[in-house]
Unconditional design. Structure first.
Length: 180
């Protein structure tokens, strides 16, 4: 399968507390494959990433707000993890609306680490085979997912991975989905 996504726009949804490599590594992979990554957050300005849950990392400029974003303007969606990020995004009604729009449009969604919490809240976990950071296993099972401990899982148009150590596999499968 080709991973050339030239001309495609890929939405990244993140807020303060996003796990830095889970934002920057897929972002770089999208760019290298010819796509255009777009950072969406609650408000314009910038967000601060983290290394793990404790150490501040870089700041990243927001390209657009979740309230204004529509799935029809994008070809795919990346949901980076980070405990703080995923917990806040899953409580944001604009983010959930956007995730549901991507699902309804049959567009690929790639979620890593704690980001499958967002899939649960958007009602997308039931009946799906998914992976995540290990502490989410019970949450995903309780939401009706078949949780497995694998570096990357593809179920339909959903791509999930466990942690930053899985980024190579996550990026490869996400790009294949974005390429169509």
């Amino acid at each position: 399968m080709s991973t050339d996504i030239t001309g495609k726009k890929i939405a990244f949804v993140a807020v303060n507390g996003v796990e830095e490599p889970e934002l920057t590594e897929p972002w770089k992979a999208v760019q290298e494959a010819g796509g255009t990554p777009v950072l969406l957050s609650r408000e314009k300005g910038s967000i601060t990433a983290m290394q793990g849950d404790w150490d501040r990392a870089g700041s990243y400029e927001v390209d657009g707000t979740l309230a204004e974003a529509r799935a029809e303007d994008f070809d795919g969606l990346v949901l980076p993890g980070g405990t703080l990020n995923a917990d806040n995004v899953r409580a944001d009604q604009d983010a959930l609306r956007l995730v549901k729009e991507f699902d309804a449009a049959g567009k690929p969604i790639a979620a890593i680490c704690h980001a499958p919490w967002i899939l649960i809240e958007a009602g997308l976990a039931r009946g799906k085979r998914l992976t995540s950071y290990s502490s989410l296993a019970t949450d995903l099972r309780n939401a009706g997912a078949d949780w497995v401990d694998e570096e990357v899982v593809v179920d339909g148009r959903l791509v999930t991975s466990r942690n930053p150590g899985d980024l190579e596999a996550f990026n490869r499968e996400a790009l294949e989905q974005f390429a169509g």
